[in-house]
Design a protein around this ligand. Structure first.
Ligand code: NAG
Length: 383
């Protein structure tokens, strides 16, 4: 109750101060809008990284661009790393600038901001930058860097390149839609395909053939009925989804080839999952199961004073090789990400700025990076 009251008050004050322009919440909404307005579907990130690097350079950041790949249309895809003089900052704040397709333009309706990336993850990017800029006003020595990567939504090409930057932060914060909760851990992921090879025949003489579709369906049903004999105490159960199926050439032909593919969300570990599956499925005639890639689940760090949760989706932490503390936090819900109605509420966006300020400040204190008094958000002071 008290907590909710506090939240509502905080939110109201934030929006009030936004509307009378006393804090930089104008800048938050404007930056968020500009980011959404730029189409940055994976592979097409050049314009958004150019925008962000100009934005940060204009505010005194030194921006390094890291080549990731050349897209099919010839555009150069780059990660950006921004620092304030120390090339190896103790705290790195990060997210991704690419989005899933299709591009959806910005639209404001009441308290909701719609558009592709509105929550995943342009709200994290905007809130992080505003939070760090606000912290820097009070504590210009804050030892922080900003890292914005491409390609997170498709194979993580951006993060795979990051080790070449040789960063070794004591803490990395990644922004993803976690409903403003600090995440205890997130699941790993495995992608697989099933190929079923049968024998073609005229449908009048099915006994002369062997249906690749029937074989495939049996395999899919077996997969879906697996109950894994172990769960993880934080992340729960491993789950399987067959998301794509293909097969046959015509209704009156016994099909020779059928394929399916899917993903497993891994709570335990990939070895355990794959062993269980291969044992249960066995080796039925004509059916081959192939594993394409795998990422182990990730356990993350938390700090007192935050609401916590777990995530069933994968993030760039799966590809991060650093040895420091790892924090995952961001505004918005994964349940609307990737959907046509993707949105974020203004109040979630505003609250996340305060949460990032609080998180960075607490990490700073925990790491004893500063002898200065703890930073207080202007909004919290008003209370
Ligand atoms: C994998 O998970 C299983 C089941 O929870 C467990 O018994 C096993 O020790 C784990 N292996 C590794 C390498 O973590």
């Amino acid at each position: 109750m008290v907590n909710n009251f506090f939240k509502t008050l905080l939110c109201t004050l934030s929006i009030l101060s936004y509307t009378n322009g006393q804090t930089n919440y104008n800048e938050l909404f404007s930056l968020h809008e500009q980011l959404i307005t730029i189409d940055s579907v994976t592979g097409n990130e050049a314009q958004v990284t150019r925008f962000l690097s100009d934005y940060l350079e204009n505010r005194g950041w030194t921006v390094e661009k890291q080549f990731v790949s050349t897209a099919n249309d010839g555009q150069v895809r780059e990660n950006i790393f921004a620092h304030l003089g120390n090339r190896n900052p103790a705290i790195v704040v990060s997210s991704h600038v690419d989005t899933v397709p299709p591009f959806i333009p910005y639209k404001l309706e009441g308290d909701k901001i719609f558009g592709r990336g509105a929550c995943d993850a342009k709200s994290s990017v905007a809130a992080q930058i505003i939070a760090v800029e606000e912290l820097l006003i009070e504590n210009p020595d804050l030892d922080v860097g900003l890292l914005y990567v491409v390609g997170e939504e498709k194979g993580g090409q951006g993060m795979i390149k990051i080790p070449e930057l040789e960063l070794a932060p004591a803490a990395l914060i990644i922004g993803e839609p976690t409903e403003n909760k600090l995440i205890l851990g997130h699941k790993g992921v495995m992608s697989f395909s099933i190929e079923s090879k049968g024998v073609a025949a005229h449908s009048g003489y099915p006994e002369l053939g062997r249906s690749a579709i029937s074989q495939l369906l049996s395999a899919v049903i077996s997969l879906n009925s697996i109950i894994f004999p172990a769960v993880d105490s934080t992340l729960g159960a491993d789950t399987i989804n067959v998301g794509l199926i293909n097969g046959g050439v015509a209704a009156n032909v016994v099909p020779e080839i059928a394929t399916a593919s899917g993903t497993i969300r891994v709570a335990t570990n990939t070895t355990f999952v794959w062993d269980t599956i291969t044992k249960r499925i066995g080796s039925p005639q004509g059916v081959a199961l192939t594993l394409h890639n795998k990422y182990e689940p990730v356990k993350l760090d938390i700090i007192d004073g935050f609401e916590t949760g777990v995530a069933k989706f994968n993030t760039d932490f799966a590809r991060w090789k650093g040895q420091g503390k790892n924090y995952l936090l961001g505004p918005g819900s994964i349940l609307v990400a990737h959907k046509p109605e993707e949105y974020i509420t203004k109040s979630d966006l505003v609250n996340s700025v305060d949460l990032y300020i609080k998180l960075i400040d607490k990490i700073h204190q925990e790491l004893q990076l500063s002898s200065k008094a703890p930073f207080k958000s202007k909004i919290i002071e008003q209370l």
